[in-house]
Design a protein around this ligand. Structure first.
Ligand SMILES: Nc1ncnc2c1ncn2[C@@H]1O[C@H](COP(=O)(O)OP(=O)(O)OP(=O)(O)O)[C@@H](O)[C@H]1O
Length: 287
């Protein structure tokens, strides 16, 4: 599939280093390559400080990489044309301005930037989130602000939707429904979605792909079904050598987390092979 469509977002060997006041360099992205095309819903998973927001900010041109190449909707992110910006939706971790506005006025203003705004979609989502349009923005709860930010980012059906922990403040009932509907909508509109979340069950339910980032490195990028089948926790007898095509992701004594790809592991030294859910995989990877 990836070869058939031009990429909507592409990172090639991207590095980003932050320099602290004391001059100490802190790498936030290391040689990171990633490719998203239409219809992909990519869940970005990583510990606090792993580099998820940095990756998203680089994709949007808010930050510039130190080296490597990024193409967002075919353009350099720091010089995105207005036409590309109209095809891009973003919800940051902490939305957002419009203080002193009512929901209705904020939506009026926001809508004016997007010629392809879908009013029906806006109405549907306002109802779903039970948002009162006459409410002042500063009186909205954190979750209600997040809901409004989501409507603002997606009611014009962007081709690329970047969501930095979009549902962290939504209650579980709204969150569940929102995730499923949002991703149906993205697929129906032929969009690509990149979203970060610490809620692994959400990722498992809606993502087509998972990108796992550890200390700025993309450790795994796989279709979710392949992840379930190919990444497993092995218990090995002492001295067991694995085929070199098998990627070792982490090792803790005789327990080895591997990405076996399409290699069958019917070796005598493999005493046990255990499939993991995403949360277990995440914990094993960070042992
Ligand atoms: N503007 C900045 N200046 C200096 N260091 C920064 C800056 N932004 C991020 N960092 C550092 O870069 C690393 C990656 O941060 P980033 O915000 O991308 O992580 P994250 O994966 O989004 O974390 P979280 O899950 O907590 O949101 C962290 O060590 C962070 O302290």
């Amino acid at each position: 599939m990836d070869q058939e469509f031009p990429p909507i977002l592409e990172f090639s060997k991207v590095n980003k280093v932050f320099r602290g006041k004391n001059g100490v360099e802190k790498p936030a992205l290391k040689d990171l390559s990633l490719r998203l095309s239409a219809g992909m819903v990519v869940g970005l998973l990583g510990q606090n400080g792993a580099g998820k927001s940095t990756l998203m900010r680089c994709a949007l041109g808010i930050l510039s990489p130190d080296s490597g190449d990024i193409r967002t909707l075919g353009e350099t992110p720091e010089q995105l044309s207005s036409a590309a910006k109209e095809r891009l939706g973003y919800v940051p971790q902490q939305p957002f301005g419009y203080e002193g506005f009512t929901v209705e006025r904020a939506l009026d203003l926001h809508r004016s930037f997007y010629p392809h705004w879908d009013m029906q979609l806006e109405q549907d989502w306002l109802t779903r989130f039970e948002l009162d349009v006459s409410q002042q923005i500063q009186r909205l709860s954190v979750g209600q602000r997040q809901s409004l930010a989501l409507i603002m980012a997606m009611a014009y059906r962007p081709e690329l939707l970047i969501l930095d922990e979009p549902v962290a403040s939504l209650d579980p009932i709204v969150r569940r429904k929102f995730m499923v509907d949002l991703f149906d909508l993205a697929l129906e509109s032929g969009s690509a979605v990149l979203f970060s979340s610490h809620i692994t069950s959400d990722l498992e339910r809606v993502a087509s792909h998972v990108a796992l980032i550890k200390q700025g490195e993309l450790v795994l990028f796989k279709e979710i079904d392949a992840l379930r089948e190919e990444v497993c926790l092995l218990k090995l007898a002492a001295g067991t050598e694995l085929p070199e095509q098998v990627r070792i992701l982490s090792r803790d004594g005789d327990s080895v987390l591997v990405d076996r790809g399409d290699i069958e592991l019917n070796l005598p030294g493999v005493l046990r092979s255990e499939a993991l859910n995403l949360e277990q995989l995440f914990v094993e990877l960070h042992k």
